[in-house]
Design a binder for this molecule. Sequence first.
Ligand SMILES: Nc1ncnc2c1ncn2[C@@H]1O[C@H](COP(=O)(O)OP(=O)(O)OP(=O)(O)O)[C@@H](O)[C@H]1O
Ligand SMILES: [Mg+2]
Length: 642
Amino acid sequence: MLRLAVRTGAGAGRSFVAEGDGVRIGRAPTNDLVIDDSHVSAEHARIALGPAATLEDLRSTNGTSLVRGATRIVLGEDSAFQAALENGDVIELGSGDQVTYIDVTLQDDRDEARVVAVRKIEDLGRISAGVEENPRSLSALYRVQKKIGAATSLDETLVAVSDAVFALVPRGTHVTIVLRDVDEPSGAYVPVMTRVRSASGQGTAPAGPVPVARSVFRKVVGERAAVLAADAPRDVGQSESLLGASIRSTIGVPLWKGDDILGVVQVDNRDAPAMLSQEDVEVLTVLAANASLAIAGARLIQRLVTAEERLKKENTFLKSREEKRQTAGQPILGNSQPMLTLLSQLDKVAETRVTVLIEGETGTGKELIASALHYRSRRRDRLFVTQNCAALPENLLESELFGHKRGAFTGATDEKKGLFEIADGGTLFLDEVTEMPPPLQSKLLRVLQEGEVRPVGATHPKIVNVRIVAASNRNLEKEVAAGRFREDLYYRLKVFPLRVPPLRERRDDIPLLASAFLKRYGAEFGRAVGGFTQQATELLMAYDWPGNVRELQNEMQRVVIELEDNGLVTKELLSARIRQVEGVIARSGASKGTLREMMDTVEKYVLLEALREHNHNKTSAAKTLGITREGLHKKLRQFGIS
Ligand SMILES: Nc1ncnc2c1ncn2[C@@H]1O[C@H](COP(=O)(O)OP(=O)(O)OP(=O)(O)O)[C@@H](O)[C@H]1O
Ligand SMILES: [Mg+2]
């Protein structure tokens, strides 16, 4: 039992009895023990309750210390960020004259668990001899071992072991398997699977969480023994977890390999008053001896598979980086004023660590700009990692970006590195960032504020140094106004906004882009290309390009396929939608003069036509043209029409 008594400050006089597997302490209301003092960080510290209790400082601003008699341990300075907690310790949150003192009472509640039977694993030989005398147990054991042996993955092995427990212990209603997290320095034990006996007798996943009986768990690990405990004591304070789950009797059996306790299998009988028996303990001990081997083996394989996947994934990134590098030098074409402005902004911000938000319609070149930001920065030798936030459902996107620990959720049988970590030192491009679900928006905000990521199910955050570049083809301000995008996140992202103008706002770039793409695809398809006829160029410049540069690029790719060797691109080769503006050009009489003069003639013609169509009603003419009434007035004045 862990009791925390706050001695000073805002929470003075309050005491707190820990339930569950940990206590989070901090100023934020989401903590278990909330201490509303300004020198306490929002998430200041945490106590993990396993077989031993550990105190961890969560990189708080003012620090956490542990005072034990005459010694003081400052977490993160004198020691690691975590330290084992003992009865009588005093936790200090903060430093100097602003400190909150918390007294720790930690009592081993093993005696309160009313232990009925203990079978040490060193007595395994004698125990199995006893079990083997009973032919029914022997054949039941044989049947379940066969199933465990047939399992091909860690998940399957764990399910087979829990099914085996239900088969061998008819009165057992709940099975929980806890395994030690071998990747964590603290080696915390994590529940990895819980099954409930269903009406058919088979195990199924439970509806809610099933707590582990800590008192039993501790005795199993501490004494390296299978333990049967029964009848939770009346005194509420003494064994919270037993009472909270209203357990009638519980068996905890160790999983082991040599001296190492790999984990614990816990069986409960909660529904009926009938007791689990000593025979149950013995048969489970024999089962556990073999299950331990199966689980250790499956886990090893799983770790190898994961390691291989991780390598593959990192390899893919490295490979695509190599490919991107070749295109990294790919120039951003454009001589128009809007593009020159954009490029000079890009060069200014590239060298900094500042978060960049790129806004622009589809196909305008947002991703090209994002990669230029990376390859023109000092980060160019690290990874440029991209993730489209619209491509995955929420939970997959979360573990993709942040990673997860083993046991974080059903199916999370091993650790996974998130993209934030993979991109460490480099750039993470979050495409279509407005599609990120709200809970992830909050998580992203934390990364931007604190520079740390917390993998799903992880006890402590990891510091990462990643430059975030986000992009969207939506108007973020509107998304914020509509309540779909967090305003605080918007301001964090918008530190340096870049707007990529649509192609129709920089028509001067069209000839340049069109010939560059024509040459590129000509070379790619091994075809000599000529140029464009005057008419074709005019049509390309007059068209509105709703799909922007990508649409132009696709059009050129198609044209090259149809082009004869050394042929010129004529208007006939262009798609019908682009040729549609042709009629207007012909009718307007714009066939000679400079390009500017011809464009003016066409524009004037279009304005007059629209006015005529709408009986000179300027409001409706402007609406058809997609401009404001004032805009129309301005144009008319410009052309001397009144
Ligand atoms: N200024 C440019 N110079 C050369 N190529 C460009 C330019 N702008 C865009 N492109 C090319 O056009 C294509 C589309 O660009 P990109 O994928 O960057 O657009 P996007 O804005 O990310 O589009 P979406 O919103 O649809 O994701 C790419 O092949 C890119 O290389
Ligand atoms: Mg894109």
